[in-house]
Design a protein around this ligand. Structure first.
Ligand code: ACO
Length: 336
């Protein structure tokens, strides 16, 4: 693996969520469920969902605008936009291209999306780290925006209870003071268990050839398999990321995990032996917002005073692919 040449600084963070709140009690109008079942199994009480024509581009734009403003970097100085989205409103144009245009980023800067489901923000950070580290770009805007409420089957109570919509963003730049904000970062995938969470794109073959199987465009998930995989894989993997940073768990101030299930968050908390104050969880109010969940938890944690800046945090995520990833990062004063 090549050594990072230029260190990177996390310059600004932001988030955007829809206003519409759907509570667990609201869901009882759709199917046989209860607040008690959902809350005890997942830790979720409510989630935000888009309404009307609102979509992940709107949320991504709001998050990106806030992150750019917080970064103090001018829109004209952004050299690249990377969006992590697995639930965009369109397959193309890419969500990143839409955000680039909405923000008025000039100079035809390269803009592309990557799909790593809920691990997307950490994957995007790894790509940005490589591009800045190699001196290719100086200032990169990362946007994580997902609109899963349009992709779940609202008749399937085992999946639709879990998800909410939202976006988070981060501006990363070359650290001119030489201090690298990424103390360790690693991303992984195991495509052999991709069947645990998948969403097909329906379509038909050319009518002159044998037809293909008809598929639906809904999220399918084997919740138990995902749960077992995550609680057996992620804790050991996080230990390794902390070791790669040359630290021990107690050196790190906060755990900011992907918000998929409160029981998974608690399993990670136990492994790290962290008290509640060190663990950032807002799943109760947002559900699983996919790639956006880590940055939303980070920004909201700072705004609510749960996260003090001038600190360190371990970010960790997992999602369809299966993908997973973790980063130990420095959170400087002024990023939000
Ligand atoms: N309300 C009431 N009952 C329900 C509901 C509901 N909303 N959903 C399912 N049930 C019932 C089932 O029908 C089943 O009943 P049965 O035993 O009579 O058949 C029973 O509850 C148990 O269902 P399970 O699916 O086995 O419930 P489980 O305890 O596994 O919890 C859950 C399901 C919450 C989804 C859990 O498996 C989980 O959180 N898994 C991890 C999911 C996750 O983290 N996904 C990440 C997605 S990330 C991405 O990239 C998209």
């Amino acid at each position: 693996m090549t050594q990072n040449v230029k260190p990177i600084r996390i310059a600004g963070i932001g988030y955007g969520v829809p206003e519409t709140v759907i509570t667990n009690d609201d869901l009882t109008k759709l199917y046989d469920t209860s607040d008690e079942w959902i809350y005890t199994r997942t830790g979720i009480k409510e989630r935000r969902v888009v309404s009307g024509n609102e979509n992940a581009v709107d949320l991504g734009f709001a998050a990106a605008k806030m992150a750019v403003e917080n970064s103090g970097i001018n829109v004209e100085d952004i050299n690249c936009v990377i969006a992590a989205s697995s639930a965009p409103p369109q397959l193309y144009p890419a969500l990143s291209c839409n955000v680039q245009s909405r923000l008025g980023i000039p100079n035809y800067v390269p803009s592309f999306d990557l799909t790593a489901a809920c691990t997307g923000l950490i994957y995007a950070l790894q790509v940005a780290r490589g591009l800045i580290g190699a001196g290719i770009y100086k200032n990169i805007l990362l946007v994580a925006a997902d609109n899963n409420s349009r992709l779940v089957d609202w008749e399937d109570r085992s999946i639709s209870i879990l998800f909410g919509d939202g976006a988070g963003a981060m501006v990363v730049t070359e650290a001119e003071d030489g201090v690298d904000d990424i103390l360790s970062l690693d991303v992984r995938a195991d495509g052999s268990i991709g069947k645990y969470i998948y969403m097909n794109i329906p379509g038909n073959n050319c009518p002159l050839v044998e037809p293909c199987e008809q598929v639906d465009a809904k999220i399918h998930m084997s919740g138990r398999d995902v749960y077992k995989f995550v609680v057996t894989t992620l804790p050991k993997y996080i230990d390794k990321c902390i070791e790669d940073a040359g630290m021990v768990a107690s050196d790190i101030d906060y755990l900011i995990p992907h918000q998929a299930n409160q029981r998974i968050i608690e399993a990670l908390q136990q492994r790290l032996e962290y008290p509640d104050e060190k663990v950032v969880s807002n799943i109760k109010y947002y559900g699983n917002t996919s790639a956006a969940s880590i940055p939303i938890a980070l920004v909201e944690g700072v705004q609510q005073g749960k996260i003090k800046l001038g600190s360190t945090a371990i970010l960790c995520g997992f999602g369809a692919g299966m993908t997973w990833g973790a980063a130990v990062v420095r959170l400087r004063e002024g990023i939000c």
